[in-house]
Design a protein around this ligand. Structure first.
Ligand SMILES: Nc1nc2c(ncn2[C@@H]2O[C@H](COP(=O)(O)OP(=O)(O)OP(=O)(O)O)[C@@H](O)[C@H]2O)c(=O)[nH]1
Ligand SMILES: [Mg+2]
Length: 258
């Protein structure tokens, strides 16, 4: 069985990513009532024996002990990642899977790509390698990011470059959230154009998501939008999950995944 690693970058990437993990866990729990660590789970999660504390050994079969997402969480602000670490998904991530800074990229592609990118390159490579070492057969990286924010667009596409350099044989799929027309951040369109060039050159497959269209879909399906992004993030993660699973399934069928 093959494995995939999710790299979530920036506020948007981390918020959507977390809803994806939540959905994956809930859907799996609904069909796997006995709590067995199976192949489906192993695609996205490690099963770690944490009984003796610390970073225990991976368990490849049998009962679920402690599930750890095959993920890397990157944000140049701490807020969103800290929230995740205090929320219901805190046990799914460990501190070795996080890269944060304090001040963010200020909605500036160049700060994310040129400044933080070069500053954190070694750090990113080391954490990616560590995550990849836990996989028997790493098939895909899924990058989730926004095109409008400085960290998502700049550092997100820098990570794509790193993936291409360090793991040239592993597919790079990207979920990119485009800013809506109502986005009042003046740099968003510029960030998007700069990021688009990088996607064009370094991604194998891009799943573009337009925030405005997504908002209309939300109204149509009557999602509750009491909390900002709550409904949107969940509809988006359902969409992302369905596309990802279909792509994986098709690739496995055609033998590309082996
Ligand atoms: N659909 C959706 N879009 C989001 C979410 N969070 C932010 N966005 C969109 O992302 C863009 C802003 O990017 P962010 O991800 O907040 O920025 P960032 O990557 O953290 O970069 P900096 O804050 O500049 O360091 C805007 O177009 C927002 O509409 C989210 O949870 N869901
Ligand atoms: Mg931010």
């Amino acid at each position: 069985m093959t494995q995939s690693v999710v790299v979530q970058v920036g506020q948007c990437g981390n918020q959507i990513g977390c809803r994806f993990w939540d959905l994956a866990l809930r859907e799996h729990a609904a069909v796997n009532k006995k709590g067995i660590y199976d192949e489906a789970l192993s695609s996205f999660f490690r099963n770690v024996d944490t009984r003796n504390g610390g970073d225990g050994a991976d368990i490849h079969k049998g009962k679920i002990f402690s599930l750890k997402a095959r993920a890397l969480l990157i944000d140049m602000e701490e807020g969103v990642v800290n929230e995740i670490l205090q929320g219901p998904l805190r046990d799914v991530f460990d501190s070795k899977q996080l890269i944060t800074d304090v001040s963010g990229s200020g909605n500036n592609w160049a700060v994310g790509h040129k400044l933080y990118g070069y500053q954190y390159r070694e750090h990113i490579v080391e954490k990616l390698r560590r995550t990849a070492e836990h996989c028997d057969c790493l098939q895909c990286f899924f990058v989730i990011h926004s095109m409008g924010g400085g960290t998502g667009s700049g550092l997100g596409t820098f990570v794509l470059n790193v993936l291409e350099d360090e793991f040239p044989d592993v597919y790079r799929f990207v979920t990119s959230v485009y800013p809506s027309g109502e986005d009042d951040v003046v740099t968003s369109p510029y960030n998007s154009v700069l990021a688009m060039k990088e996607l064009n050159e370094h991604a194998d497959c891009v799943l573009p998501i337009e925030n405005e269209v997504r908002e209309s879909i939300n109204i149509l399906v009557n999602f509750s939008c009491c909390v900002r992004y709550r409904g949107s993030v969940s509809s988006l993660s359902v969409l992302m999950k369905n596309v990802i699973l279909k792509l994986i399934f098709k690739k496995n069928q055609s033998g590309l995944g082996s």
